[in-house]
Design a protein. Structure first.
Length: 77
């Protein structure tokens, strides 16, 4: 995760991904008071959660199906 954050911070333009968008909000409000910065970052993270959680559902399904497919492959040969 640190490498991804450093890669995003090293560019002038934020990436079009959840991490890049959250870091962009952080950079925009970096000079604000810490409480305001914290609220802005929390808002940005909450806005990105639905898209991340959709991807996690797919990963969960694959993690359940993959071992079963492997077992089926060994039994049928």
């Amino acid at each position: 995760m640190n490498r991804e954050v450093n890669d995003q911070l090293g560019t002038d333009q934020a990436g079009d991904n959840p991490l890049g968008r959250v870091l962009s909000v952080g950079q925009t409000h970096m000079k604000d008071e810490i409480d305001r910065l914290e609220l802005k970052l929390a808002e940005a993270i909450m806005a990105e959660r639905p898209s991340i959680e959709r991807g996690i559902s797919f990963v969960k399904i694959v993690s359940v199906v993959a071992p079963l497919a492997g077992l089926l492959g060994t039994v049928t040969e």
